[in-house]
Design a protein around this ligand. Sequence first.
Ligand code: AHG
Ligand code: MN
Ligand code: MN
Length: 339
Amino acid sequence: MDTIENVLTLDEFRVSEVRNFPAATTELSNLFRDIAFAAKLINVEVNKAGLVDIHGETGTVNVQGEKVKKLDLYAHQQLTGVLKRGISCAGVVSEEMEDVIVFDDKMSIHSKYIVAFDPLDGSSNIDNCISIGTIFGIYLRSSPTGQPCNKEDFMLQGRSTVAAGYVIYGSSTMLVFATSRSVNGFTLDPPIGEFYLSHPNIKCPENGNIYSINHSNYLNYSPGVQKYLDYFLIKNKEEEGSYTMRHVGSMVADLHRNLIKGGIFLNAATNAFPDGRLRLLYECNPWAFIYETAGGRAINGKQRILDVEFKDIHQRTPLFIGSTLMIQQLEMYLAEENL
Ligand code: AHG
Ligand code: MN
Ligand code: MN
């Protein structure tokens, strides 16, 4: 076991990447540093979430007479602020804002990257001390640098993702990000305030025994999805323990666990949500990029998530993501339903 002195910090890792891979740009590396800083700011507030009821209800006025911000809006503001003050991001799209946010200051207009993020995912779980997260995708803008980016820059497909990642605020706080080369995970050491490379070169196991779905909607899922879920129940009747269902309801927590242990996560179409509940640009694309880089797969039932055509910055899509062999088996059930 490495002692902490032998484990790279996020900064040391960034330097080693730039040294070892000439194609690795410092601009992208700076973005990871900026996002890591925002993650630390958000982490502090997430850890205090339980105190909100003592100091004043979320969304109301606290004892100092200040308006207490909802945590997801706070997370949005921290990420936007840090990226705007940095010099590597030309604009962002966030789950919390209707429209894109263009950084038109004289430094940001020279940046070639744009970022799409879900500042706080699973936020309905905050009140219950359950793990939540942040999700982000990094893309190259298509407009020329030297002028502000524009809305068209965000009309993109997932396959143009340059890098993506997430932060999980759980029993530990971790930052995980993927470039086209690899997926690496860093755990925050709170007293020191540093992220350490705890999970180098993460690979998603080819197969797994975990499935994650909101089973209460079973009767609203398509016949193919229902048959796939039946398969797990039948297998467990034959041999108990073959599969286990785990569903936190924070996709960051569910997908982080399945990425490490192997498994499948499904957010399928229902009557109420015919395109599923999850958003393409800042939830599904980043996760699809992370899983594919780690050797897993992500589909919407018909095609690869990263190939889904852009319609709207807040468009939704069904998401089936996980270990390759589990996705392959799901595809067989989905193909049968179309016969
Ligand atoms: P958000 O908190 O950003 O709105 O996202 C919540 C998402 C996701 O994290 C979770 O997996 C999903 O909503 C839960 O949906 P179901 O209630 O359909 O399970
Ligand atoms: Mn979300
Ligand atoms: Mn959110």
